[in-house]
Design a binder for this molecule. Structure first.
Ligand code: TRP
Length: 473
């Protein structure tokens, strides 16, 4: 290792610093083993101490041999990594496996923790509520620091929820509801403030859209979000294009994040290249800032120490790994996270649904007839080719998209288990399984459309107005 002059460590990211501390520790050990001159050993120890100090300044944590700073470890993703054939980042989800992404491997690669039975039991014990079926069925499967949030709650200290949506088109599909359905449940059982970010700026930067269109999509999407049943007294919904101009607190936090993340770091985390526009390169700071309570002074009475819990799909994790790395360096608590699996496309679990392919999704605007046709025509089946074979060998629920969708939307555990057994044994045919899904989704979407129709422009405006919520800080 080339010696680095003291004082030059601030250009290194936490992972590089970690490697330097490790290497310097080894150097000290071998100098001592060789019984080198005292002066030489002392100099090496001095350097080790100042490296450790830089590490602590950069990460907010003491150096621990053998445990690299996970929040900033580069993720080996896709090509080049021989045994991994899943690719996951905020823009692409791809796997060659019909069962979908291997989520246990993803937990290891991302360095997050599994939502296990113990954690689910603890949530049940503390809230006194039956855990949501998304928890019971592993749809929210991974977390960061959820136990810390539960400690906070048990100690009667406040926390808040933050989630969001990128408004890439007017039409949302059923998969987009997953984080919102779950966030609504969390808000109900914990009774905490909630902020919802619509990243219209992100969609303008990434897609072929005008600013006006992106904002208009944000407003339309907000109506679908409100239709999930959020309480106007406990929820603030904002579009970046709108709120940024109203809130110095939000902008100050964005700039703080920008100052503490280098181009090298975002290249490593997000795969940006030299030819990406600078809007994209600085955007992660805008998704990071709502994780800090001082971005919402009207809600939190200027407090900057309220911890945040972010329910999101696992593909958003890179943004929050970056956020968690920065937080201690700008004096804020790290946000905790709850990660969901992806909602599979009708054609199969190899990819998530796309709002731009009408046949890959069930839209919130689909009619009962469209829902029926799409499922019958496009839902990938784990059934056998002929009725005789199916009766003999049974179907495969692990790759069957209709079964997967039922596991998201059919709340009755017993009924779901019966369906699984009947399909696996061959007693239930693919057409019958699809019929069950159709009959589950049609009323659910019709009810959503009914609620959405009631939402006025006035209500949207009220949700988007910065204001104090029903909580005192
Ligand atoms: N980038 C997200 C998307 O494209 C939107 C988003 C912003 C978000 N903030 C978030 C999602 C926080 C989850 C949690 O959909």
């Amino acid at each position: 290792m080339a010696d680095i002059p003291i004082g030059d460590f601030c250009s290194l990211n936490p992972l590089e610093l970690f490697q330097q501390v490790t290497a310097q520790g080894e150097k000290v050990r071998s100098l001592k083993a060789e019984k080198a001159a005292k002066g030489e050993i002392d100099a090496a120890v001095q350097l080790l101490l100042s490296l450790k100090l830089s590490y602590k300044t950069a990460t907010g944590e003491d150096y621990k041999a053998g445990s690299p700073p996970m929040d900033f470890a580069p993720i080996s993703n896709g090509p080049g990594d021989a045994e991994v054939d899943d690719f996951v980042d905020p823009w692409t989800v791809q796997t060659s496996n019909a069962k979908g992404v291997d989520y246990d491997k993803l937990i290891v690669r991302f360095g997050s923790s599994k939502i296990d039975k113990d954690l689910i039991n603890r949530i049940e014990r503390i809230t006194g509520q039956k855990p949501h079926h998304f928890l019971r069925r592993g749809i929210f499967f991974s977390h960061r620091d959820m136990n810390q949030i539960l400690d906070t709650y048990e100690n009667k200290k406040p926390f808040y929820l933050y989630t969001g949506r990128g408004p890439s088109s007017e039409a949302m599909h059923v998969g987009h509801l997953i984080p919102f359905i779950f966030t609504k449940w969390l808000q109900d059982v914990f009774n905490v403030p909630l902020v919802i970010q619509l990243t219209d700026d992100e969609k303008y930067l990434w897609k072929d859209l005008t600013i006006e269109k992106a904002y208009q999509y944000a407003i339309e999407n907000i109506k679908d979000v409100i239709a999930c049943g959020f309480d106007i007294n406990k929820t603030f919904i904002f579009s970046d294009l709108h709120y940024l101009g109203l809130s110095p607190g939000f902008y100050k936090n964005i700039v703080k994040v920008q100052k503490h993340v280098t181009f090298n770091q975002v290249k490593g985390i997000f795969g940006f290249t030299d030819s990406d526009c600078i809007g994209k390169i600085s955007f992660p700071a805008i998704q990071a800032a709502p994780s800090f309570s001082s971005s919402f002074p009207h809600i939190f009475n200027n407090r900057d120490d309220i911890q945040c819990l972010i329910p999101c799909a696992i593909d958003q994790d890179p943004y929050f790994r970056m956020t968690r790395d920065v937080a201690p360096r700008i004096g804020y608590p790290k946000p905790a996270l709850l990660h969901s699996v992806f909602f599979p496309a009708l054609q199969g679990a190899q990819t998530k649904m796309s709002a731009s392919d009408p046949n890959s999704s069930i839209f919130l605007t689909d009619t009962p007839k469209q829902i029926k046709t799409k499922i019958n025509k496009h839902a990938f089946s784990g059934g056998k080719d002929t009725i005789e074979e199916h009766r003999k060998y049974g179907g495969n629920c692990e790759v069957d998209v209709s079964y997967m969708y039922l596991s998201f939307f059919l709340e009755d555990d017993e009924k779901l288990e019966q369906i699984k057994q009947a399909y696996t044994s061959g007693a239930l045919l693919t057409g019958e399984l699809k019929k069950m899904l159709i009959e589950t989704l049609q009323p659910l979407i019709a009810a959503h459309q009914q609620r959405r129709k009631q939402i006025t422009d006035e209500m949207v405006k009220e949700f988007m107005t910065p204001r104090k919520l029903a909580f005192d800080f």
